[in-house]
Every structure is written in structure tokens, then in C-alpha cells.
Design a protein around this ligand. Structure first.
Ligand code: CAA
Length: 409
């Protein structure tokens, strides 16, 4: 049986996130976008009401929410403002490799830090010459006694300028391609970790995107995540867990654009009737509604598979690809419905169109998602994965929640 009914707990969470987006995010979103304002007070409030670090297991002080609940929250963040939403959600990306591969001590220290105070952490994978091609990274970690010495530069790092710690990927065996990459937790507040550049972006301007340089940084060997030279796999497993949330955020952007365009089409009169009476506009609105709903269904499927302990690589790439491309299409069509006014900053939809663009780029471009989808359908392979023991242990206490997640497929 397929049942899309949310539990009462999930409905309450969605309402909490929606009210937060409506009262705390929306009223300032366009102003923050204009100035590129860092939303610290919104981060503090979201942390206070429990809308951050949602997947941190109860064993480390977090709420240990299921992945579907995370998607419900991220759709509302995207609806409110995806720039601010990205700032609120990015701890999840940095935390996932720690939850999967960290030692008990590492998890207590670093996951716990985010729960105790409204602190931030960033995921450092991308480099100037290694974007889609993760294996091309040049950052090096060399083991010396009980430490690794880290050197390199990471770019496009979300929340990088404000992070207290980083999950950093570096080559530990440069001759082994993707099998020579390891992941580490690195303290952010030390002299030889520097924030070099804050990007001035087209959209999601309230989020912070920085370049971080690591210069002879000493990393304790116990901060290695998982096994040495297994970092690539850890990165892929992390993205499988976070792409559903990115897809949900894209659905939220599309839903916001659809709602603005629908309302406007009922008010704007041309040729003597509201433009919603013209079939040309109705068809645009109909396609928007369909893309929002279809994107959400794929997103929920990719999250529910995770909650069931299944590898969701295909579903999350399909969800992320479709929801991101749909968000771009829906926001572009919303501008079209507004006509010339859509192009003006005084009206809400041009921001949504600018914000939507990054959804097709970060956490794997739409082209990379297609590559993953094609591989999964043409050459399906068995990857030893599901929820590994280390993560399952942390989530044991949360099984009750996970079991109540509706089975979408
Ligand atoms: N789960 C577990 N293991 C996986 C996996 C998965 N989903 N996908 C691949 N692997 C394993 C494979 O089994 C293989 O293992 P072996 O070494 O045992 O053979 C290994 O990883 C290599 O897999 P591939 O052969 O598929 O690797 P590839 O190099 O050919 O392709 C790729 C990989 C899909 C192109 C990948 O590099 C990729 O996803 N690139 C995009 C990177 C990305 O999303 N970057 C965004 C950065 S995050 C961000 O945007 C941050 C922000 O702040 C917003």
C-alpha cells in the first residue's frame, strides 16, 4: 500500500517550519537579498525553536528526525527564502560525514557543539579545479606521527566565513585517484585556517559562500572520518543524505513562485479580464502546479528510502535534478506571468528566479545528477552501503520516529 499521509508529528513540524518561514524569514528576505545581509538573528531563532541540526542523533543531543521530516522543514525554508534556508540547513551537510564516519568522541565533541550553541559547520569538498570532478582535488593531508598536516584551498563553501568547524576532504594518497581521498574534521578557529573571499552572488545572497585556506594546519589523527583513503565514498554517501533536502528546498522555491504567479494572475487585468482567464496563462500555471507536486513526490520518495535504511542514490539524483530544473522553469514562468513587472526588483519573483539558479549547481549540477541517474539505470551496481553500523548506532534511539515515516514506495 502506498500512503502519503504524514504523521501528526510530521504535520506539526511542517506547521512549525511554515510559521517560522512566514513570520521570521519572509518579512526580511527581500531586504536581506538586496544587501547580502548575514541572517545571524534568524539562525539564532531557528536554533532556539529546534529547526536546525534536525538529523543529529538523540545520542548526541539532537532531535534525530527522520529524513522525510527534514524535507518538510527544508521545503518551508525554500518557500520563505532559500538563501536564508541554505544558511540554516548547511550544518546538515557538514554533520553527515561525522555522523557516518566519526569516532564516538568526535561525534560527541563536534555534533554536540552544534547542539549546545547556535554554531555553524561547513562541508569543504569543492576546489577551484575540482568541482564536479571531486577526484581532481589538490588539498593534501600528510600523516606525521599522531597528526595530519593539511594544506590546500576550498571554494564555494556555504557558511564558510562563520563556521566553527569544517569537514575537509584531502588527498592522502595522490596516486590513487578517488581511492586516495580522506575526510577530516578541522577546527575553524585557528590562525592558519583563513577565510579568503566572500563571493558576491547572483542569488541566495543572504547565504555566505567563502573560500577557505588551510596552511600547514595540524589535524589530530583521531579527527579522521572513517578509514584513511575512504573519503570519496563518504562524500557520496553524504550527498545521498543531503540531496533530498536540497530537492525539497527547490520545491519550496517553485511553490513560492507558483503562489505569487497564481495570485497575480487573478488580479492583473488585460483585455478586460484577469489574465488568469486567458488560456495562455492557465497553461503556465497548470505546468507550475504539476512541477511542484511531481518534485515533491520524488523528494519524499528519496527521503523515505533513507528512512527505510535503503541506498537512495537513484531517487535522490532524480529528485534533485527534477526539483532544481523545475524550480528554474517555474520561477522563469512566474516572471513571464508578471510580464514586465516580473523583471522589476519591486516585485517578488525576480529574486526567486535568481535564487533558483544555484539549485541546478550546488550539491552536484543537474548534469552530474543525470550522469548518476544514467549509471544507476544502465549499469546498476551493488554498493555496500545502506545505513552503516556507526550511523545506525547513533540513530537507534530514533527508530521509533523512522518507523512512523509513511511508505511512499
Ligand atoms: N554511495 C556510496 N559509494 C558510492 C556512491 C554512493 N552514492 N557513488 C559512488 N560510490 C563509490 C563507487 O562504488 C566507487 O567505489 P570503488 O572505489 O569501490 O569502485 C567510487 O565511489 C567511485 O564511484 P564512481 O566511479 O561513480 O566515481 P566517478 O568519479 O566516476 O563519479 C561523480 C563520481 C558522480 C561524478 C561524483 O564525483 C560527483 O557526485 N560529483 C559531484 C560533486 C558534487 O556534488 N559537488 C558538490 C559539492 S557540495 C556543495 O555544493 C556544497 C555547498 O556548500 C553548497
Amino acid at each position: 500500500m502506498v500512503d502519503f499521509t504524514l504523521t501528526d508529528e510530521q504535520k506539526d513540524l511542517r506547521e512549525l517550519a511554515h510559521n517560522f518561514a512566514e513570520k521570521e524569514i519572509r518579512p526580511v528576505a527581500w531586504e536581506y537579498d538586496k544587501e547580502g545581509t548575514w541572517p545571524q538573528e534568524i539562525i539564532d531563532k531557528a536554533w532556539e525553536v529546534g529547526l536546525m541540526n534536525t538529523h543529529t542523533p538523540e545520542a548526541y543531543g539532537g532531535p534525530g528526525l527522520d529524513y522525510l521530516s527534514g524535507c518538510l522543514i527544508e521545503e518551508e525554508f525554500g518557500w520563505g527564502c532559500s538563501g536564508i534556508g541554505t544558511s540554516l540547513a548547511a550544518n546538515g551537510l557538514a554533520s553527515a560525514p561525522v555522523a557516518i564516519g566519526g569516532t564516538e568522541e568526535t561525534k560527541k565533541k563536534y555534533l554536540g557543539m552544534l547542539i549546545e550553541e547556535p554554531k555553524l559547520a561547513s562541508f569543504c569538498l569543492t576546489e577551484p579545479d575540482a568541482g564536479s570532478d571531486v577526484s581532481g582535488m589538490k588539498t593534501r593531508a600528510v600523516k606525521k606521527g599522531d597528526k595530519y598536516i593539511l594544506n590546500g584551498s576550498k571554494c564555494f563553501i556555504t557558511n564558510g566565513g562563520y563556521a566553527d568547524w569544517f569537514t575537509v576532504y584531502a588527498k592522502t594518497d595522490p596516486d590513487q585517484g578517488h581511492r586516495g581521498i580522506s575526510a577530516f574534521v578541522v577546527d575553524g578557529k585557528q590562525d592558519n585556517v583563513t577565510v579568503d573571499k566572500k563571493e558576491d552572488k547572483m542569488g541566495q545572497r543572504a547565504s555566505n559562500t567563502a573560500t577557505i585556506t588551510f596552511d600547514e594546519v595540524e589535524v589530530p589523527a583521531e579527527n579522521l572520518l572513517g578509514e584513511e583513503n575512504h573519503g570519496f565514498k563518504l562524500a557520496m554517501m553524504t550527498l545521498d543524505r543531503t540531496r533530498p533536502g536540497v530537492a525539497a528546498m527547490a520545491v519550496g522555491i517553485a511553490r513560492a513562485a507558483f503562489e505569487f504567479a497564481s495570485e497575480y494572475s487573478k488580479e492583473r487585468v488585460q483585455f478586460g479580464v484577469p489574465i488568469a482567464m486567458h488560456q495562455a496563462i492557465q497553461f503556465l500555471i497548470a505546468d507550475m502546479a504539476t512541477k511542484v507536486d511531481a518534485g515533491r513526490l520524488l523528494t519524499w520518495l528519496s527521503a523515505v528510502q533513507l528512512d527505510q535504511g535503503k541506498r537512495n542514490t537513484l531517487a535522490c539524483s532524480e529528485a534533485k535534478r527534477f526539483a532544481a530544473d523545475s524550480a528554474m522553469e517555474v520561477t522563469t514562468d512566474a516572471v513571464q506571468v508578471y510580464g514586465g513587472y516580473g523583471f522589476i526588483k519591486e516585485y517578488p519573483v525576480e529574486k526567486l528566479m535568481r535564487d533558483a539558479k544555484i539549485m541546478q549547481l550546488y550539491e552536484g549540477t543537474s548534469q552530474i545528477q543525470r550522469l548518476v541517474i544514467a549509471r544507476e539505470v544502465l549499469l546498476p551496481r551493488t554498493i555496500e552501503e545502506t545505513i552503516p553500523e556507526a550511523e545506525a548506532k547513533g540513530r537507534e534511539a530514533d527508530q521509533k520516529v523512522a518507523e512512523t515515516a509513511p511508505a511512499a514506495a
